[in-house]
Design a protein around this ligand. Structure first.
Ligand code: ZN
Length: 433
C-alpha cells in the first residue's frame, strides 16, 4: 500500500518541491546556525546563490566530526524550547551525537516510518512487535510511532529477553517483527531450542534495519521464521529509520526524497558522480527544523536508480548498502571493498570463512595478497590441488574485480580470531603524502 501521495509524485513536481525546500533550508541555517554561516561565508556562498538543485554542489559537506565538535546542541537551528524530543547516536568512543526534533520533525518522522511499514505490506490489521531497543537509539521510537500512526497494534517489547519475546509473539499473535537482522536470526535459534516451529507463530513480515544484511542472511531469516524479510535504512544524523525502505518489488530502497535529498559522490575526491554510478551517499534534509543537515556524508556506499518502480512509487531507489567508504581500498585506481573479495571466497569450495587481505607497494605498484584458510589440512600435501585452488581463487577475483591478486592458502586455524569485528585488511603501503 502507498501511504502518502508524495510517494508517487512525478519527477518534475518532485524536483520543484525539492528546490523550494532546499532554498528554504539553506536560508534558514544561514540565519540560525553559526557553523553553516561561517562555512558559507568562508567561500563567499550566499543562500541566494542556490538557484537550481545542481547548485547544491557548491555547499561544503558536513561530516560526523562536525557534530562532535558542536556537542551537544551547537548545530541546532531551533531554541531548545521548540524541541520536543532528543535522541543520540550510539558512539563506541567519546561523546555521542545529539539530535533534536521539533513537533513538526516528529510528524514528518512518524509519516516516513508509516510509509516504510506500508511499503512492506503492513496494515492496520497487523500486530507489530518492536524488538529494537527503546531509549536514546532512534530505532525503537521511530518505528513505534510510525506503526501506531498506520493503525497497527504495537507491542513495545524492546530488545533482548528472547524467551519473553517469543511468549508475547505466541500469546498476542504477533504478525510483524521489527528488529536487527542479527537479532532475528538469534530469535530463530531460540525458537529451535524451544521447539517452536515457524507455523506455531503468526509472523509474516520482518521490518529489518540498523545494520548490514547479506543475501544469505535474508534467505536464512525467511526460511527459519517463515516471513517476508524487508529492509530499511536510516541514520540518526538525518532522522533515524524512515530515510529509505524496500517495497515488495525488492529492487532497492525508496528514499523519502521530498524530505531527504540524495547525492552520490566519489568518496576519495568528493566529486558528484553521474546518475547510476556507485559511490558514497550524501543526504541533505529538506524539511528538518531541529537540526537540519546540509550535504551530510553518510559513508555508506550505494547507487541511485531514478527509474519508476513496478510498485507505483516514483521515489528514487538506493541499492542495499554495499559497504562503508571507510573500508574501501583504492587498488591501482580501482575501488575495492573487502566484502567483494569475501563474496568471491564464499563461492569457492574447500576454503573457510576466515581470510585476510594484505596490501603492499612493490615497484611503485599496489599488490594484494589474499590469505585464506583451507577447511581440510590434508589438502596442503597435494601440490596439484593447491595449485588448482589458487588458480580458481585468482581467476574468480580477476573476473569480478578486474584486479590480479596473489593467493596464499593457510592451514586451518592459522589466522587470528577476535571476539569483535575481524581485521580483514592490513595496508602496508608506503604513503606518498
Ligand atoms: Zn517500489
Amino acid at each position: 500500500m502507498i501511504w502518502n501521495p508524495a510517494e508517487t509524485m512525478n519527477r518534475s513536481e518532485m524536483a520543484a518541491l525539492q528546490l523550494t525546500r532546499l532554498q528554504e533550508t539553506v536560508s534558514r541555517v544561514y540565519e540560525r546556525v553559526a557553523f553553516y554561516r561561517d562555512r558559507m561565508d568562508a567561500i563567499g556562498l550566499k543562500p541566494s546563490d542556490i538557484k537550481s538543485l545542481k547548485d547544491i554542489e557548491k555547499i561544503p559537506f558536513t561530516v560526523k566530526n562536525d557534530l562532535r565538535d558542536h556537542y551537544p546542541t551547537g548545530m541546532f537551528a531551533e531554541d531548545t524550547r521548540a524541541i520536543v524530543r532528543y535522541h543520540a547516536s550510539s558512539g563506541t568512543t567519546g561523546k555521542p551525537i545529539i539530535v533534536g526534533y521539533t513537533r513538526n520533525d516528529m510528524a514528518v518522522w512518524t509519516d516516513c516510518c508509516a510509509r516504510l511499514a506500508a511499503a512492506a505490506g503492513v496494515t492496520a490489521d497487523d500486530v507489530c512487535q518492536v524488538a529494537f531497543g527503546y531509549g536514546m537509539f532512534t530505532g525503537g521510537f521511530g518505528l513505534h510511532y510510525g506503526l501506531e500512526h498506520l493503525g497497527a497494534a504495537v507491542i513495545p517489547h524492546s530488545s533482548g529477553n528472547s524467551e519473553r519475546q517469543l511468549m508475547f509473539m505466541q500469546d498476542l499473535g504477533t504478525t510483524v517483527l521489527i528488529a536487527t537482522p542479527s537479532y532475528a536470526l538469534h530469535l530463530s535459534e531460540i525458537m529451535a531450542e524451544q521447539g517452536i516451529a515457524p507455523e506455531d507463530l503468526k509472523l509474516r513480515v520482518g521490518l529489518f534495519g540498523g545494520e548490514g544484511h547479506t543475501p544469505e542472511m535474508r534467505r536464512l531469516i525467511e526460511m527459519r521464521l517463515g516471513i517476508t524479510d524487508t529492509q530499511n535504512y536510516g541514520l540518526t544524523e538525518i532522522t533515524g529509520p524512515g530515510v529509505s525502505y524496500e517495497c515488495l518489488a525488492f529492487e532497492g530502497m525508496h528514499i523519502n526524497e521530498d524530505h531527504f535529498y540524495p547525492e552520490i559522490i566519489d568518496p576519495v575526491t568528493g566529486e558528484t558522480l553521474p546518475e547510476g554510478e556507485e559511490g558514497e551517499l550524501v543526504l541533505t534534509t529538506l524539511t528538518k527544523e531541529g537540526i537540519p543537515m546540509l550535504r551530510y556524508r553518510t559513508k555508506d556506499i550505494t547507487r541511485l536508480n531514478y527509474e519508476p518502480c513496478s510498485c507505483g512509487r516514483t521515489l528514487v531507489r538506493m541499492d542495499l548498502v554495499r559497504g562503508r567508504s571507510d573500508d574501501m581500498m583504492v587498488i591501482r585506481g580501482v575501488n575495492v571493498f573487502p566484502s567483494q573479495i569475501e563474496a568471491v571466497l564464499m563461492t569457492i569450495h574447500g576454503i573457510g570463512p576466515h581470510y585476510q587481505i594484505i596490501v603492499t607497494t612493490e615497484h611503485f605498484m599496489d599488490q594484494i595478497e589474499v590469505q585464506v584458510e583451507l577447511v581440510d589440512a590434508s589438502r596442503l600435501e597435494s601440490y596439484r590441488e593447491l595449485e588448482d585452488l589458487t588458480h580458481e581463487i585468482r581467476h574468480k577475483i580477476r573476473t569480478v574485480l578486474q584486479i590480479d591478486v596473489r593467493v596464499k592458502l593457510l592451514s586451518p586455524q592459522t589466522l587470528e580470531r577476535t571476539a569483535g569485528k575481524a581485521k580483514r585488511v592490513i595496508d602496508l603501503r608506503t604513503k606518498a603524502f
